[in-house]
Design a protein around this ligand. Structure first.
Ligand SMILES: Nc1ncnc2c1ncn2[C@@H]1O[C@H](COP(=O)(O)OP(=O)(O)OP(=O)(O)O)[C@@H](O)[C@H]1O
Length: 660
């Protein structure tokens, strides 16, 4: 039977291209997107589309004039999608089932005409970090199951028609939140997450009350203001929205009970009541002033407790402080922000590209990713810190900010990066800051001022490959299962290949401490491309670090190349397979290396893994050859790993066949 025309085309097109075209067919009625089938096409070049290994990973169609509906079975087929932004268009109707988008990190549908309830399918997107549905017509309740999205760091639902009570949100990473401009009612739950936000995240809303917004709920009013009592406060005040100033801006709700009934029959009672109330107000004001004075003092004292003391004043003679103990931050450079100001910064963070400048945090990557506007240099400086280790470039800390956001801060040792000028550092970090790959720890921000240099990354809670292979303080080393080795090797190879294709060109410091485990235990490279910033004329004294370096750069000041990364990858493969650190790996002919690997794994020669192990050893040997020209490219290495995977699958299938 001949296929219908569309099916005919679809059967030849990559599935991602089909998904994009089917989305366009109902969502782009004015034909703003010039996606087309005419050859030669490359859907990865289409407007707003970004691919990784020919799969769409980002689709950003912000303000492109889309009009129509977001139909089911269209974009939901892009199962590798990380970022989807359809912000600021004229899309209407409900959101289709997006549950197949299991890799989605950022979903921004704000400023459209979407309606209906918050789709339950969104609650299955467990990797979601940013959810922005603001300025639409969504209605119904905000489901308490939204707590299943444990990784959410940003939730924007403002200016919709959500009603009912606000669920007790408990996402510990939440740093941006807004439900203002809805029809929510009831008491705002006092969860640690919601307590982080102030009134501007909640108002205006028809009937919200609670301590967080300083507005008592009727039934919870103190007896003096109990609305059920005669001659007390207006009983409706608790359910009224906060007062609106003449300019239309929402103001803080007044305390219930601040207006006194004029209909009192007993004038003396009213007078007494009024005097009592006035005294209370004066007392209250005194308390507020007192607490502000105390707070300011505390803020000043807080300046003394900090982890990094960046040299913002230009005192380059001062040695860097590497302890977690107290020392004063140059207060002239950092003014403590009031909570309201912090929130304003979060809300008003401009979406445009920032202007890089010295002395402030410079955020990298997409604003939607979560980072820019979510914390300030000041907050970072006040974070409590845990020393993670000292490496070749400087010292690394885990920093927990007051808003519970956790990041990793790499503080460069000034003596090591002095060879790089401020401009070179900035230009280089601009380049590195744009690198984004599922197997790279994203560089979130950087900072430099008067010789002080910091780079900020996402914190990876699952530790490094070094810990996994050799054990850590908290865990004992276990031999890694064969399939884990393959998966890790492929992840690392993919990230290296990505870097080699980018303008940064090479990683320069591949080793097991620089391979971290992500949320799903995927391997992610960190410290990428920083080695060029340091003085490489002094060879590393640590034998393991030295053994990771390719021979052509080990004892010379030659700059590294992508082939040096390939060499380090070979060393890493042996460490992964055998658990032996780089300096204890022998150099022997391939067959002997296989015997050594087998012996280190204490494996029986006839093990099921034998074939794969042999191929893996071959790959490691090939990468680790002395001559750079004879080493494979990372693309070739990926191909080798994929062949090994296939051979493992085939062996398993043969086994099944034999025993069935
Ligand atoms: N983003 C991160 N999340 C969690 N742990 C990290 C992160 N970045 C680094 N680490 C861990 O912190 C420790 C110190 O890292 P650091 O980079 O300072 O030293 P290194 O990796 O030993 O040497 P080098 O500076 O040469 O890379 C390492 O154990 C590393 O695995």
């Amino acid at each position: 039977y001949p296929l219908p025309a569309t099916d005919y085309f679809n059967s030849f097109l990559p599935s991602d291209a089909v998904a994009l075209l089917s989305f366009k067919s109902t969502a782009d009625l004015d034909d703003k997107l010039l996606y087309s089938l005419t050859e030669p096409y490359d859907y990865c070049q289409w407007r707003g589309v970004e691919c990784s290994q020919d799969r769409v990973v980002r689709l950003v169609l912000k303000g492109v004039g889309l009009r129509g509906r977001f139909s089911p079975e269209t974009l939901s087929r892009l199962d590798q999608l990380r970022v989807l932004s359809l912000e600021d268009n004229s899309l209407s109707g409900s959101i289709p089932d997006l549950s197949p988008l299991v890799n989605l990190r950022t979903l921004t549908l704000s400023r459209n005409g979407f309606s209906g309830a918050l789709p339950p399918s969104l609650l299955s997107l467990r990797r979601l970090l940013v959810l922005d549905l603001s300025y639409n017509n969504f209605s119904g309740e905000i489901p308490s199951d939204i707590n299943a999205l444990t990784r959410l760091s940003s939730l924007n639902l403002e200016f919709n028609r959500f009603n009912g009570e606000l669920p007790p949100l408990n996402q510990s990473y939440m740093t941006s939140f807004n439900v203002s401009g809805n029809k929510l009612t009831g008491k705002i739950p006092m969860t640690a997450t919601l307590l982080r936000f102030n009134v501007s995240s909640f108002w205006p809303n028809a009937g919200l009350c609670g301590e967080i917004i300083n507005r008592s709920c009727g039934s919870l009013s103190p007896p003096f203001f109990d609305s059920s009592k005669p001659n007390a406060t207006s009983s409706s005040s608790a359910s009224q929205p906060p007062q609106t100033a003449q300019n239309g801006e929402a103001t803080l709700p007044t305390l219930p009970g601040s207006s006194v009934s004029k209909k009192s029959k007993n004038g003396w009672l009213v007078l007494g009541f009024t005097i009592g109330l006035a005294s209370l107000v004066v007392l209250g004001l005194c308390l507020v002033v007192y607490s502000l004075v105390i707070k300011n003092r505390r803020d000043d004292e807080d300046n003394d407790v900090t982890m990094f003391q960046p040299n913002l004043k230009g005192d380059t003679t001062q040695p860097p402080t590497e302890s977690l103990t107290a020392r004063a931050v140059p207060a002239s450079s950092i003014k403590p922000l009031k909570r309201e100001e912090e929130v304003k910064i979060q809300i008003q963070a401009p979406p445009q590209k920032r202007v890089p400048r010295s002395g402030d945090l410079i955020f990298c990557g997409d604003v939607n990713e979560g980072g820019e506007g979510m914390y300030t240099l000041d907050q970072l400086m006040r974070a409590s810190a845990e020393l993670l280790g000292r490496g070749s470039v400087g010292t690394t800390y885990k920093a927990v900010m007051v808003n519970q956001m956790i990041v990793t801060v790499k503080r460069f040792a000034p003596s090591k990066t002095a060879v790089t000028s401020d401009l070179e550092f900035e230009n280089h970090m601009e380049k590195v800051g744009t690198l984004r790959h599922p197997n790279l720890v994203p560089t979130k921000a950087y900072f430099q001022s008067n010789g002080e240099r910091l780079v900020i990354y996402d914190y990876q809670p699952n530790g490094s490959l070094f810990n996994l292979i050799h054990g850590s303080r908290t865990s004992k080393a276990k031999p890694l299962h064969w399939t884990s080795c393959l998966k890790i090797a492929e992840d690392v190879a993919q990230a290296l290949h990505y870097i080699h294709q980018s303008s940064a060109k090479f990683h320069g410091n591949l080793k097991s401490t620089n391979i971290l485990l992500g949320h799903d235990f995927e391997a992610c490279l960190t410290d990428h491309c920083l080695s060029v910033l340091i003085d490489s004329s002094v060879p590393p004294s640590d034998p393991d670090i030295a053994s990771y370096k390719a021979p052509e750069i080990r004892k010379s000041a030659n700059s590294p190349t992508s082939k040096c990364d390939v060499y380090s990858f070979g060393v890493f493969l042996f460490e992964l397979l055998t658990g032996k650190p780089a300096s204890r790996q022998p150099f022997m002919a391939e067959n002997n290396m296989l015997d050594w690997v087998r012996a280190m794994r204490q494996e029986d020669k006839k093990s099921k893994e034998e074939n794969g192990l042999e191929m893996m050893t071959q790959t490691a040997c090939l990468c680790r050859v002395t001559s750079p020209d004879k080493r494979p490219t990372m693309r070739e290495v990926i191909k080798m790993i994929q062949d090994i995977k296939e051979s493992v699958v085939m062996t398993e299938e043969n086994d099944k066949f034999q025993y069935s």
